[in-house]
Structure formats: structure tokens, C-alpha cells
Design a protein around this ligand. Structure first.
Ligand SMILES: Cc1cc2nc3c(=O)[nH]c(=O)nc-3n(C[C@H](O)[C@H](O)[C@H](O)COP(=O)(O)OP(=O)(O)OC[C@H]3O[C@@H](n4cnc5c(N)ncnc54)[C@H](O)[C@@H]3O)c2cc1C
Ligand code: SF4
Length: 326
């Protein structure tokens, strides 16, 4: 690991100012992803700005929305009584991630910015356009069982690894940030990006911008919701595919639906066509099966991950069936 300096910021403004003073500075929150990346020389900052002392840990229930501070711990959010009542999909998705110990350290902002788990990205002996632009992609034509079936490019087929973000995408969250040019907000669907020819860039944050909070509007997805995570082990494993599903059902008719998938793209993947198809339909097994098939019809495998196309369709149908049964 390279030597680095560490300083502690006491406010968002001072963190942003300190970050701007050093080209290779990085913020550190729980450290559960960044420290691993530093140990493997994938991230090599000269300066770390410890943001843990900044007052950004609160979960505030405001008029028709909740505001969650970027430094709220994953376990704190998952176990909050009102989050469980009003935003149960978020609690379920968070609880499916990592382990209890890691969730105690991991923060909301850090979770959103965790890097892909593509094994070539973590191995500095291998080519990887995301780690070293223009060096090639080991996964295309290589081992790609965990990789994307939607939105990939000739430069990168990696997937975004977070569980929490799949629920935030389904719940139409907004991200609040502060940077050298001031404060701004970013719709969650615009926060993470597809790889295109710039796979080194995971998201639309500008240099030195700090995430300060995430807001979620109130919604009717409070009862018929489910987060289904299909993985190789039942703990400590990232999703092969995951589905965050929310249904608003009245008299057995689906009034509204929200569905997002994880493990299938470089960003949380919202299934808008399947959502539209479901609106107005009667709850039934065949409807949910059709929604799954519809959602996966444009998916493209890269060899080892071809199984995700069938798995994805089945997972969507299963998540919707479980959500409807609650
Ligand atoms: C063994 C293991 C298993 C895991 N399994 C899962 C899983 O199943 N599902 C899942 O979703 N996750 C999983 N994770 C990932 C874990 O959720 C993330 O490591 C964690 O959420 C990152 O949060 P952090 O606060 O520790 O971030 P850090 O490691 O501190 O930071 C991560 C990145 O975010 C940046 N950053 C942090 N906060 C901010 C901010 N406020 N503004 C701007 N930049 C910021 C840092 O500079 C860094 O680039 C696993 C991790 C491990 C180690
Ligand atoms: S898929 Fe992306 S992260 Fe993985 S090796 Fe290719 S460029 Fe790197």
C-alpha cells in the first residue's frame, strides 16, 4: 500500500476545500471498500479526507419525504422503525447486503460509490479499462459469469454491486451533493452511468463533490414489496441478479408498479416497460411471468453469464409473486 496523509474534516465545506487542494485526494467514510482498494493498489490517493466527523448521519422524516444523511450507517437505516414502515423496500435491500459487521461500518454515501467487484478490476496484473483507461477489458472474452447483460459497451461489461442502490432506483430517490461550485441535486436514475467509452467513470459526480444526503419521496409501496437477491452463498456474496419490486394493489388490480434490477448492468437497471405492462392488470402468475420475460427480452450475454437472462426473468416473476402475496 502506498503511504498517504489523512486529515479529518469537520464540515462539508471544509471537506470540499481540503479535497480541492490535492489532485489525488479521496474522501473516506466507513472505509469498507476504499481500504481494500488501497491495499491492492487499485486506489492510490496521496491524501484521505476522513468525513466521519461531519454532521451528516441523521435520518429526518420531512413532509412527504425522508432525508437520509450520507454518513448514516447501512445498519442504522435498515433497522430504523419508520424506514421499515414507510420505505420497507430500502430496509430489505440494505439487509441483503454484506454482513451485519460491514453494515455497521458502511455508510449510505460510500455504498453508492463502491466500485465494481469485477475480479480483473481488483487485479493490477490484468488489463482493465476501468482501472487503467485503454488497457483493455479482461472480462470480454474472459471470465464473465458475474457481468452485465444490459447497457454494456466494448470497453467494459462490469456491473454495479450495491443492493441499497437498487431500492433507491426503484423508489425514485434524489442525491444531494456539495462541491467547489456549490450545492446541487441529481436524480438517482442519472447518478450512476453506463460505461460507454469512459468506463473509468462510474457516476456523474464532478471532481471533489461530496454526497451530503439522499431523499426519497413518500409512495404507496409500503406493503406489497420484496427484494429478491440471487447469489452463490446466502451471506457475504454479491448478487448474481437482484430484483427490487414494489406493487400498489387495490382489489387485486395492480394500480402501480416499480421494479429495478441489480447484478445486470453498470448502474441500477429500472424495468420501465415491465412496470407499464403491469399497470391495470389483475394479479396472476402468468402476468408476473410475462413481466419477467418482457423485461429481459433485450438482454445480451457474454458467454459465462448467459444464464442470467433466464435467471433474471424467473427472479422478476418470483419477486413480484412474493410482493403480491404480502
Ligand atoms: C466482504 C464484503 C461483502 C460485501 N457485500 C456487499 C453486498 O452484498 N451488497 C452490497 O451492496 N455491498 C456489499 N459490500 C460493499 C459495502 O456495502 C461497501 O463497501 C460499503 O457500502 C461502502 O461504504 P463505506 O462507507 O465503507 O465507503 P468507503 O469505503 O469509505 O468509500 C467508498 C467510496 O466512496 C467515496 N465516498 C464515501 N463517502 C462519500 C461521500 N459522502 N461523498 C463522496 N464520496 C464518498 C470514497 O471516496 C470511496 O471512493 C461488501 C463489502 C465487503 C467488504
Ligand atoms: S468489465 Fe470493466 S471492470 Fe471488468 S475488466 Fe472489463 S473494463 Fe475492467
Amino acid at each position: 500500500m502506498k503511504n498517504f496523509q489523512i486529515i479529518r474534516a469537520l464540515s462539508a465545506g471544509s471537506a470540499v476545500t481540503s479535497s480541492g487542494k490535492e489532485a489525488s485526494s479521496m474522501y473516506i467514510a466507513g472505509g469498507t471498500n476504499l481500504v481494500d482498494l488501497m491495499k491492492k493498489n487499485v486506489a492510490t490517493p496521496d491524501k484521505l479526507i476522513d468525513i466521519n466527523a461531519i454532521d451528516l448521519k441523521k435520518i429526518e422524516f420531512l413532509t412527504q419525504k425522508v432525508s437520509i444523511g450520507a454518513l448514516a450507517k447501512n445498519s442504522q437505516v435498515a433497522e430504523d422503525k419508520q424506514i421499515k414502515e414507510k420505505y420497507p423496500l430500502l430496509s430489505l435491500a440494505l439487509s441483503a447486503g454484506a454482513s451485519q459487521q460491514i453494515r455497521h461500518m458502511a455508510t449510505v454515501g460510500g455504498n453508492m460509490l463502491q466500485r465494481t467487484r469485477c475480479s480483473y478490476f481488483y487485479n493490477t496484473d490484468m488489463p482493465c479499462n476501468k482501472r487503467v483507461p485503454k488497457s483493455g477489458c479482461g472480462a470480454i472474452g474472459g471470465s464473465n459469469r458475474m457481468h452485465a447483460v444490459f447497457g454494456a459497451s466494448d470497453s467494459c461489461i462490469a456491473v454495479h454491486p450495491s443492493d441499497m442502490c437498487i431500492a433507491l432506483a426503484a423508489l425514485d430517490a434524489t442525491v444531494f451533493v456539495e462541491g467547489p461550485k456549490g450545492k446541487r441535486e441529481i436524480k438517482f436514475g442519472d447518478f450512476h452511468r453506463l460505461p460507454g467509452n469512459k468506463p473509468e467513470k462510474d457516476n456523474t459526480l464532478e471532481k471533489n463533490e461530496l454526497i451530503t444526503s439522499v431523499e426519497i419521496p413518500e409512495n404507496n409501496f409500503t406493503k406489497n414489496v420484496h427484494y429478491l437477491k440471487v447469489r452463490d452463498r446466502s451471506s457475504y456474496a454479491f448478487a448474481l441478479v437482484s430484483v427490487a419490486a414494489g406493487l400498489d394493489i387495490q382489489n387485486n388490480i395492480i394500480k402501480n408498479a416499480t421494479i429495478a434490477m441489480g447484478g445486470v448492468a453498470h448502474k441500477p437497471w429500472r424495468l420501465t416497460e415491465a412496470e407499464e405492462y403491469l399497470k391495470g392488470k389483475t394479479v396472476s402468475e402468468s402476468t408476473f411471468k410475462h413481466a419477467g420475460d418482457l423485461a429481459m427480452k433485450e438482454a445480451k450475454g457474454y458467454g459465462d453469464n448467459n444464464f442470467k437472462i433466464t435467471l433474471g426473468a424467473n427472479a422478476i416473476a418470483e419477486a413480484l409473486t412474493i410482493a403480491a402475496s404480502k
